[in-house]
Write a protein that binds this ligand. Structure first.
Ligand code: FES
Length: 175
């Protein structure tokens, strides 16, 4: 192989590598088989009324909580005490822009980060005054993750995208 054909081979090699590098994102976007599946399934069959579990997903923690009918029945009554009772300025999938901020009234799924500075909130769904508290600057959220007027946080807790695979199995979906 002479010097000229060697150089041609090298240039061709670099061209192919460059083409593959540029084409990879397009191939991944258009062919579902190449798309990374970042969804995760959560079994809620073991959750009793008022109980919660923490799920780590995509670098963040979420609460999955089973609310009693007693708790969900009180959600409409607290509207006057909330900054954004209809969740108009808050982040949630369209299906969760409702009183329960969820697909099913009994199951609530929220990110555990306070919407003020991101501290992890704690849930209390055992007492009649069910909701979330932030340990950092005392923001409080109701049983749908809606922020109370006196809180320093401005927005309701974030809700992820998800679907029910069956009655007791939830799939979290990257939005
Ligand atoms: S981080 Fe929650 S109130 Fe400040």
């Amino acid at each position: 192989m002479n010097r000229r054909s060697l150089l041609t081979r090298i240039v061709q090699g670099f061209s192919l590598a460059g083409l593959a590098f540029v084409a990879y994102p397009f191939i991944r976007a258009f062919l579902p088989a190449f798309a990374e599946d970042l969804s995760v399934e959560v079994d809620i069959s073991d959750l009793g009324n008022g109980e919660s579990k923490t799920v780590s997903w995509l670098g963040r923690n979420l609460y999955v909580i089973r609310r009693s009918a007693e708790v969900t029945d009180q959600l409409a009554a607290s509207a006057d005490a909330l900054k954004d009772p209809l969740s108009i300025n808050s982040t949630q999938p369209e299906f969760a822009t409702n009183l329960w901020r969820s697909l099913r009234p009994d199951i609530l799924i929220v990110y555990k980060n306070c919407t003020h500075l991101g501290c992890e909130i704690s849930a209390n769904f055992i007492t009649p005054e069910a909701g979330f508290d932030c340990p950092c600057h005392s923001s409080r959220f109701d049983a749908s993750g809606r922020v109370y007027k006196e809180a320093v946080a401005s927005f309701n807790l974030e809700i992820p995208d998800y679907q029910f695979v069956s009655r007791n199995l939830i799939r979290l979906i990257k939005g």
